[in-house]
Design a protein around this ligand. Structure first.
Ligand SMILES: CC(C)(COP(=O)(O)OP(=O)(O)OC[C@H]1O[C@@H](n2cnc3c(N)ncnc32)[C@H](O)[C@@H]1OP(=O)(O)O)[C@@H](O)C(=O)NCCC(=O)NCCS
Length: 169
């Protein structure tokens, strides 16, 4: 991690890590699909340890689950202070990548996965379940948005750490 990656606090900018994660997700998915892929969604990313300038960052990625055109890529990031031989887990996340046809720009089918170990079976099943949870979450949010009106908004604001500007009262 070079000094130009640092934020104002002197640590590596989270966006640098997200960019690296997106690149490895693309590489992993496109290698499996042998097709152009786009990032459809990114699960939450918790930064559990800061990364210092000068550390070596390594990303591990695998295609965990494959649908018709989508692939879940699991990514684990570690950073290493190789002089002191300290290895830290930085973050883990799941990227959903979709293979798209370069001419029509529509989602296109990808090859299935050949599962060779118990760990691959577990990752596939977890990927399938996470896909269902994501879809449910998107549906729930869409439903919730429909229930919001000015009266409900004002109710939800009670006890919250904010105040209404005078023209809204
Ligand atoms: C991702 C994208 C191709 C999906 O297109 P779509 O017309 O909605 O396609 P479909 O509804 O047929 O879904 C195709 C697949 O994507 C998955 N998908 C669609 N939207 C998704 C989302 N928000 N999160 C996770 N997966 C999603 C579907 O589950 C489906 O998976 P499956 O084929 O394995 O069952 C389209 O939304 C797109 O191009 N988005 C912009 C991507 C982009 O610009 N990324 C950043 C730069 S690379």
């Amino acid at each position: 991690m070079v000094p130009s990656y640092a934020n104002f606090g002197g640590k590596v900018h989270g966006g640098v890590l997200l960019s690296l994660m997106d690149k490895i997700a693309y590489t992993c998915a496109a290698t499996h699909a042998k097709a152009y892929c786009v990032t459809a969604s990114v699960d939450s990313v918790d930064f559990v340890n800061p990364v210092e300038v000068g550390e070596l960052v390594t990303l591990f990625a695998s295609v965990n689950y494959v649908g018709r055109s989508s692939m879940e890529v699991g990514i684990k990031v570690i950073s290493e202070d190789f002089r002191q031989e300290i290895v830290k887990h930085t973050n883990t996340s799941y990227f959903t990548m979709v293979a798209v046809d370069e001419e029509t720009r529509k989602p296109t089918a990808v090859p299935g996965l050949i599962l060779q170990t118990d760990q691959e079976v577990r990752r596939f099943v977890m990927g399938k379940l996470r896909k269902q949870l994501r879809a449910g979450h998107r549906r729930d949010l869409a439903e919730l948005r429909k229930t919001l009106d000015q009266a409900r908004n004002l109710l939800e604001l009670e006890g919250e750490h904010c105040q209404l500007d005078t023209h809204l009262r």
